[in-house]
Design a protein around this ligand. Structure first.
Ligand SMILES: Cc1cc2nc3c(=O)[nH]c(=O)nc-3n(C[C@H](O)[C@H](O)[C@H](O)COP(=O)(O)O)c2cc1C
Length: 185
């Protein structure tokens, strides 16, 4: 099973990095799979720790893929590092081993501390649409503009029926960034 999460990491200078990552979950073990090159990969190899954030604020996913990295953080409890303020839950993990690969290494991590901050509020179609649009943006160089527009049109149906202000802000950031990139290609 893959969970779409926000991974917070830091380097030895204490600089925090935030990135959306699809995490493979197998019981208490997590596998983080960053494509090289990746700051997340470098930081986890350097500090042997990470925080997995479960958030329904899709602006953070949209923000990270459109260059908006300034999100409020709080100090983690059992490891050095930070979790996202406002996250529904977070899990502090330690790196146990690495399955190295020139394209996409597998980082096996073990949970050392989990906290539930707030209840899951149910599924929301607009949030799904924003995540899918964020993925389209991250793959823009590999997809035709016709395919991107067809997919966005479909995603917009569920989005328009169910979005709140956060989802609308996130959708706006992503669709503007997609149009900008398509003009530059
Ligand atoms: C929902 C979602 C899931 C993603 N999952 C991954 C992933 O599993 N691995 C990856 O390398 N990038 C993934 N990305 C793209 C990264 O977040 C993005 O490329 C980021 O800049 C990673 O590089 P970094 O570690 O240098 O920040 C995902 C993006 C989104 C929107």
């Amino acid at each position: 099973m893959i969970q779409e999460t926000i991974v917070t990491t830091h380097n030895n200078e204490g600089q925090t990095h935030i990135a959306p990552m699809g995490i493979h979950v197998a019981g208490d073990e997590f596998i983080i799979l960053p494509f090289r090159p990746s700051v997340t990969l470098d930081n986890i190899l350097e500090t042997k720790t990470a925080v997995i954030n479960y958030t329904d604020d899709v602006r953070i996913f949209a923000g990270c893929v459109t260059g908006r990295y300034e999100w409020p953080l709080k100090k983690a409890k059992k490891i050095d590092g930070h979790f996202l303020e406002g996250t529904l839950a977070h899990c502090e993990v330690k790196l146990t081993h690495v399955d190295d690969d020139p394209v996409r290494p597998k980082l096996f991590c073990q949970s050392v501390h989990r906290v539930n901050h707030s209840a899951f509020k149910g599924f929301n179609r607009a949030q799904l649409s924003v995540l899918e649009a964020a993925i389209l943006l991250s793959r823009i160089n590999r997809l035709s503009s016709a395919k991107i527009h067809t997919e966005l049109e479909y995603l917009h149906i569920g989005f328009n029926k169910t979005a709140g202000p956060k989802e609308r802000e996130a959708w706006d950031w992503i669709t503007k960034a997609i149009e900008q990139k398509l003009r530059e290609l």
